[in-house]
Design a protein around this ligand. Structure first.
Ligand code: ADP
Ligand code: ADP
Length: 232
């Protein structure tokens, strides 16, 4: 099966005039692939990500994540899917303000019954890989925007999700850190993780194997990139 399968997905917001945020989207994202999603503001990118991230359900059509149709799941099952199968890197970081970087990154493993020592070891490793090895004791308000984004990224990776969803993951980063984050994505892709990245930046999208271009809630075109981006 595919990591993500959408069949004729519509999402309509009814506030006065109905807005068709997604208007009949059909797509499959194979397991282990690396996909970028581009499109102008209002084209439906966030709506699509929220569906794949199990934060929302479609108005009509079906969305399956890792073979499970999300409309058929309870809220609790969707939450579990989001915490384990899907790692979501939000633009707004949702870090716990009272916890330091290490504790924030370690937290998602708590629900899987991993020992404290192992949780902290894993969190320390990931924070080192995103360039924050010397900031593990800092709370979010003691970190810059870019550093917080990297903490959120490390947290999304900590449970080794099968699918990583990243919404503008390099938006606040300087070019050196951006390169580190993109290299990290490539490592995860090489290890078999399905990568889905929403970005406005062409050079970020070009790290993927293909780019899905959205326009007015529809797929405008799917662009295949050079085979050198493919790990298979
Ligand atoms: P993008 O992420 O590409 O900017 P969105 O998915 O956020 O696009 O939005 C697609 C369309 O749906 C836009 O016209 C937006 O105004 C509308 N929309 C998104 N979320 C909501 C919402 N919660 N309520 C009403 N309209 C919404
Ligand atoms: P950036 O240029 O990346 O936005 P800042 O200028 O916000 O970074 O911060 C520079 C450095 O100072 C960072 O390494 C950050 O960890 C540290 N820092 C920022 N705010 C605080 C704070 N309130 N307490 C402790 N360290 C801080």
């Amino acid at each position: 099966g595919d990591a993500v399968e959408m069949v004729d997905v519509r999402k309509t917001y009814q506030i006065g005039e109905p807005v068709h945020a997604l208007d009949g989207v059909t797509l499959s994202i194979p397991r282990g692939s690396y996909t970028a999603i581009m499109g102008p503001s209002g084209s439906g990118k966030s709506t699509l990500m929220n569906l794949v991230g199990c934060l929302d359900t479609p108005t009509s059509g079906t969305v399956s994540i890792d073979g499970q149709e999300i409309s058929g799941l309870s809220d609790r099952e969707r939450t579990t899917l989001r915490g384990t199968t899907v790692g979501f890197v939000f633009q707004t970081f949702n870090l716990m303000p009272r916890l330091n970087a290490l504790e924030n990154v370690a937290l998602p493993q708590l629900f899987r019954g991993v020992s404290r020592e192992k949780r902290h070891e894993r969190a320390r490793d990931l924070l080192g890989r995103v360039g924050l090895g010397d900031r593990i004791d800092h709370q979010p308000n003691e970190l810059s925007g870019g550093q917080r984004q990297r903490v959120a990224l490390a947290r999304a990776l900590v449970n080794d999700p099968a699918i990583i969803l990243a919404d503008e993951p390099t938006g606040n980063l300087d070019s050196e850190t951006e390169a580190d984050v993109l290299d990290l994505f490539e490592e995860f892709h090489d290890a078999g993780t399905t990568m889905i990245v929403v970005t406005h930046e062409r050079h970020v999208a070009e790290r993927a194997e293909r780019i899905i271009h959205l326009l007015d809630g529809e797929i405008e075109w799917i662009e295949s990139l050079d085979e050198s981006n493919s790990s298979s």
